[in-house]
Every structure is written in C-alpha cells, then in structure tokens.
Ligand binder design. Structure first.
Ligand code: CTP
Length: 415
C-alpha cells in the first residue's frame, strides 16, 4: 500500500458551517448564539475537524466546552424546540432535532485503571488535556468556534500533518490498553480515510494483540464495533485491514477472513447489514467454531441466524429434499452464500426459487375427490405432487391425476 497524501482544506468556523447539513448548521448556530451571553468557550473537536480538513461532509457535530454542557444544551434546545438528553455523571449532553444530533461534552481527562475499564473522568480540563486522552492524532484536533480565540486550531500532536501525509498515528503508547476497541476504530478510520498506520501504531497493535487486551472487552462492545465496521463506506477494506493486523483473530480465532470471504467483501459498498457480513465471515466455519464466534461477538439472534442459514445454503444440493430445508433461509444468508460461492450458488439459488414457486398441479379438494383420505396421506400426496412437478416427472394436471390414482388410490391409502 502506498502512502496517500491528502490536500487539506482550510479549517475555520465558517468552513465548518458550510460543511454541515442545514439542520446541523442550525444546531451549531444556536450553540454559538447561546454562548454569547455567558462567554462559554466551545470547540468543535475530533471527527468534525478531521473531516472538515479532508473536505469531507461533516455528519456528526461533536462540541467540547469548558463548563457544564447541560445548561448550554437546554438553551440550544429552547431556541430550536429540540429535545435534550443530559448525562450529568459523565458531563455530557446532546440536543436532537429532526434526527440530527449535537453532542456536547465537558473537557476532561480520563484515567483507566485496567484494560478496557470504564475510565474515571475528571472534568474541567484544558482543551489540550482533553485532546491528549483521545485515540489517534488525526482525532486530537479542535477548532474554537466561540470566544476571542474563535477560529484558532488546536493541534498539539501534529494531527493535521499526519492527516495530510495519510498517517494513522496512535496518540500515546497506552491508547490500546485504555480501550482495545480502538484497534477496530483504527481499521475503520484507515480504510475510510486511506491512512497507513505508523510504525509505533503497528507496534502498539501487535502488543495489544500479544497481551490479549481483547479478552477484557465485553461481547456487547465488540458487536458494536463489528456493526460500525460493516457500516463503513468500504467495509471490505476495513475488514481486510482488521484481518491483516490480526484484530479479527484476536477478537475470535474463527473470525479470520478466508480468501473466499475476502473476495466476497472486496469492493462492496457500505453500509452493509452486520448480519450479512457476519454470515460471510462465518458460513464456512464448522458449527461449533461458528457458535463460539457468535457468542464472543454478542451477535443478536437475527445475525446468528443469518450465519447459520448461510452455512446450510452453502452446503445444500439442488434436490428438493435439500431445498425444502432452505426455504426459511434469510435474505442475508442467501446473499452471503452467493457472494462466497457465486458460480455454484447462482444455479442452486435459482433452483431454490423455482422450488419455492412450484405448486402441485392438484388442490386438496381435487385430491379428496380422487379418493385420497383426509389426514397425513393428503399432505404426503401434495408434497409428492410438488416434488414430481419440480423434477418434471409430472407435467400436467392429467398426469398428476394418474400419479395420484396409482400411488394413493389404487394402492388404497395405507401408505
Ligand atoms: N474517541 C476516543 N476513543 C474511543 C472513541 C472515541 O478517543 N474509543 C474520541 C476520538 O477523538 C473521536 C471522538 O472521541 O474523534 C468522538 O468519537 P466518535 O464520534 O465515535 O468518532 P469520530 O471521530 O467522530 O468518528 P466517526 O467518523 O467514525 O464517527
């Protein structure tokens, strides 16, 4: 992979406004106006500044403030008629309007006592200290949007230089120890922004894997990361990096990408349903390995079912007995199998669709009139007519009648 050079866009509050969709722009404007009376300092921080620098649309608006964000959130919501959620314990608040969200957080330092623990948070930190607790240099950049320093870019770790040079650099050596899910974040960011991890980042990743930091991460958090990776614009690239770095195998040994899975996901555009990606990754695994990986990931029932069904679809043959067990397979499962083994699955799945459309030539009423008794024999007769029609052994209602007379009536109904 060659290192990418990015041309950065000039970062300023007005450029930020322009990069936002109209609703988020109203949220930002309301936030800035609400601080005028109080003189509260506000910074856009992390993702929005990074994406603005890259000239990408800014989707999520994250603002940091040096004071309690709750009154500010209330003031913004009052101006716009929006909804507020506050988490006083964590010093965070959000304002939601028309499905758009502004996140406000008090600047903080964090201290992690053990791997993947919830951090103990200390509020009232400087913006520089707040940036220092973050994951990667490209995310440790802030833009002041209020106060006398309005327009000032705070970039203590060279995040913009790294962004321009296409580098993903871990902010501090214990970043992955604090939060091992940052390895998943690294895969997403590197794939999305075409960044290449620096050597110290690669070393930190290898150490995090060697010291089994993932063992301390809950299934719920792993599934969240998995789903976010599936939702990336280039999920195949994200999963390929996570595989190459050993992150998938460290999450669970059965998650490593096979060459078929890698081909299946390459060039697919996201967001993809995480159930579909899970099915692609696990359909070729033995049952026990698949079940263990599903449990470790905390995958919801629907995703687990997609993976199990995909395994059955892959293993099926185009005969009615096999196809009958597949009719309940989910759409994700069928698609995963098709992506994994396109040549064989095209025929198998068209056979499956034909099987699903095939109806017996005769109805139960006609079968009764022919002398088939009510009860299991009637069900068997219908199933047999469907099967014989699918196999093209019975091609008309007349032949179907003869078939029934021979098999279910002349023999009596003792079958
Ligand atoms: N962050 C972090 N460690 C994490 C999660 C988040 O340091 N495990 C920091 C990063 O500075 C990040 C910010 O919190 O920029 C906000 O997190 P989030 O909204 O999840 O990330 P974004 O950078 O906005 O990225 P995305 O575009 O993927 O949403």
């Amino acid at each position: 992979m060659s290192r990418t050079a990015n041309t950065l866009t000039r970062i300023s509050p007005s450029a930020l406004r322009r990069a936002l969709d109209p609703v988020s722009r109203r949220l930002l404007d309301a936030a800035v106006q609400a601080t005028e009376a109080t003189g509260t300092l506000l910074w856009a921080v992390g993702g929005p500044v990074r994406d603005l620098a890259l000239g990408r649309p800014v989707r999520d608006l994250d603002l940091a403030t040096a004071t309690d964000p709750a009154p500010l959130a209330e003031a913004i919501a009052a101006r716009l008629g929006a909804t507020v959620h506050t988490e006083p314990r964590f010093g965070t608040a959000s304002v939601v309007i028309d499905g758009h969200r502004l996140d406000l957080a008090a600047t903080r330092t964090e201290h992690y006592v053990r791997v993947a623990a919830l951090p103990s948070v200390r509020l009232s930190a400087t913006i520089e200290a707040d940036l220092a607790r973050r994951d990667f240099t490209v995310n440790a950049v802030a833009l002041a949007v209020t106060g006398s320093g309005r327009g000032q870019v705070i970039d203590p770790f060279g995040g913009l230089d790294d962004l321009a040079a296409g580098r993903l650099r871990i902010l501090h050596s214990v970043s992955y120890h604090d939060d091992p899910t940052r390895l998943w974040r690294a895969g997403r960011l590197a794939a999305r922004l075409r960044l290449l991890p620096t050597s110290e980042t690669v070393t930190a990743q290898a150490l995090a894997i060697a010291f089994r930091y993932f063992d301390a991460v809950s299934p719920r958090r792993l599934w969240r990361e998995f789903a976010l990776a599936a939702a990336e614009p280039r999920p195949g690239a994200a999963f390929a990096l996570l595989h190459a770095w050993g992150v998938l195998a460290a999450t669970h040994p059965s998650l490593a990408l096979t060459s078929e899975a890698s081909r299946a996901l390459a060039y697919r555009r996201g967001p993809l349903d995480p159930a579909l990606v899970l099915a692609v990754l696990l359909a070729q695994r033995p049952d026990e390995e698949r079940a263990a990986a599903i449990a470790r990931l905390g995958a919801p029932r629907s995703a687990a079912r997609a993976a199990e069904d995909a395994a059955r679809v892959l293993a099926a043959a185009p005969d009615p007995d096999s196809l009958d067990t597949l009719t309940a397979a989910t759409t994700d499962a069928r698609l995963a199998a098709l992506w994994l083994d396109p040549a064989r699955q095209r025929d198998l799945q068209s056979a499956l669709r034909r099987w699903e459309r095939t109806r017996p030539h005769l109805t139960p009423v006609v079968l009764r009139a022919l002398g088939v008794p009510l009860g299991p024999a009637l069900g068997r007769a219908l199933a047999e007519l469907r099967r014989e029609r699918y196999l093209a052994n019975v091609r008309s209602a007349a032949t179907a009648r003869n078939h029934i007379r021979a098999r279910f009536v002349s023999e009596g109904t003792s079958r």
